[in-house]
Design a protein around this ligand. Structure first.
Ligand SMILES: [Zn+2]
Length: 67
């Protein structure tokens, strides 16, 4: 889980919009991007490495990426 206070100040790196935690991802619904959370606490906010939201949904918001 990402600290709620941290989530409040974090923004989507592409649109600067709000992000939400879902499963093992932080989601930006505006961009349709899912940023993987590594080791449960470290979000990877690199746009080029983000998953499409539809792919994250198909995977039930799980991924097997490690640091
Ligand atoms: Zn966005």
């Amino acid at each position: 889980m990402i600290d709620k206070r941290l989530l409040d100040v974090m923004a989507c790196p592409r649109c600067k919009g709000n992000i939400h935690e879902k499963g093992m991802f932080l989601l930006c619904r505006k961009c349709g991007l899912a940023f993987p959370i590594l080791e449960e606490t470290v979000p990877n906010m690199i746009i080029d490495e983000a998953w499409p939201l539809s792919k994250a949904e198909e995977s039930e918001f799980r991924h097997d990426m490690k640091l």
